[in-house]
Design a protein around this ligand. Structure first.
Ligand code: NAP
Length: 332
């Protein structure tokens, strides 16, 4: 008899990682359910047409009863909690909503699992983040943050995510649930939202090259991030849920680059050697507290999960600029 298909429930299906993960799980033969929020989500039609194999379920991370219903409908083997208010800058503007969705939403999802999964079989992935570390000099290990490093979040987003991290760990320890956190460093790609700095840059570079705009306004250019490709990172999420023992893992590239380096690589890719005339700094995009340097140490994931990023920094920037060139050139 053929084995029954594994079932996965994804929150944040309309986001960057949700899209990559849906593609990956579909290739692996999963039956996939995705949580979509709102009475009429403007992304619904595009999501239905891009992922016809995903069954959408209306629910919201702030509404625990809707998550219980989603669990009853999907009956998943694996739950990937990717839904969040995920933009660090925005979290300063709407800190309470960030706390409700990005923080308490994790508890709502865990409770929905605990109340419906009577055999304690469901495996849970929590999308934790390098923003929990904070990047300050005092807690920055020379070779990058490991799973054991000290946390010092510097935004309402980072603080809410730290709650999500600890409540996931607490449910693992209290109820013996297979509940893990992937502590993921920044990952980008062609699905990245336009509000995030990397995509804002690659989109502007494409438009400047095509003569559709003459400059881009950004906040601070000195912060450094460990940037990888989202397509590589969802593979790591999946691997975490296939282990015998539930553990938390850092996924990172082990390299860090400043926003200036990102600009330089992106502009050079379209043949512009000096990016400075095209970039204006605007204090409106600066944050009340900034994270200086993020660098991750993925040694544990490489050893235990056999995971390694494939796309390097120049490859990532080129992939994103080329994607934006293709989209923007249709507007000429
Ligand atoms: P994203 O593109 O911003 O997607 C966020 C998703 O969350 C969207 O599908 C959004 O739905 C959904 N969402 C927002 N509020 C919700 C609510 N109240 N109930 C249910 N869903 C809600 O984020 P991403 O880049 O894919 O990241 C996925 C996860 O990984 C997030 O939790 C993020 O914080 C975390 N993370 C990301 C990175 C990174 O570099 N990308 C690094 C570390 C951790 P709508 O479309 O309806 O708004």
């Amino acid at each position: 008899m053929a084995e029954a298909k594994k079932r996965a429930l994804i929150t944040g299906i309309t986001g960057q990682d949700g899209g990559h993960l849906a593609e990956l799980l579909n290739e692996k033969g999963y039956e996939i359910f995705g949580i979509i929020r709102g009475q009429h989500n403007p992304k619904r039609e595009a999501t239905e047409s891009e992922f016809p194999y995903v069954t959408l379920i209306e629910a919201d991370l702030t509404d625990a009863s809707s998550l219980v219903r989603a669990m009853q409908l999907a009956k998943p083997d694996e739950v990937y909690n990717l839904g969040a208010i995920s933009h660090v800058g925005y979290s300063f503007k709407d800190p309470m909503l960030t706390s409700d969705v990005t923080g308490k939403g994790v508890l709502n999802m865990l409770e929905a699992i605990r109340l419906t999964d009577t055999e304690n079989k469901v495996r849970f992935y929590q999308a934790s983040t390098s923003e929990m570390y904070g990047g300050l000099e005092y807690n920055r290990p020379k070779n990058g943050y490991t799973e054991e490093a000290t946390f010092h979040p510097r935004s309402p987003y980072g603080v809410a995510k730290l709650y999500g991290y600890w409540i996931t760990r607490n449910y693992r320890e209290s109820y013996n649930m297979f509940a893990v956190s992937g502590i993921l460093f920044n990952h980008e790609g062609d699905r990245r939202g336009i509000e995030f700095v990397t995509r804002k840059i690659t989109n502007a570079v494409a438009r400047i090259k095509l003569g559709l705009q003459d400059h881009v306004e950004l906040g601070d250019l000195w912060p450094k991030r460990d940037w990888g490709y989202a397509g590589d990172y969802v593979e790591g999420m999946w691997r975490m849920l296939q282990q015998d023992v539930p553990k938390d893992y850092v996924l990172a590239t082990g390299e860090t680059h400043s926003i200036e380096e990102f600009l330089d690589t992106a502009f050079k890719h379209v043949g512009i050697d000096d990016w400075k005339p095209y970039v204006k700094q605007n204090p409106a995009f600066m944050r009340p507290a900034e994270v200086d340097v993020l660098l991750g140490d993925p040694t544990k994931a490489e050893k235990e999960l056999g995971w390694k990023r494939k796309v390097d920094f120049p490859g990532l920037v080129k992939l994103m600029v080329d994607h934006d060139l293709a989209i923007e050139s249709t507007k000429l």
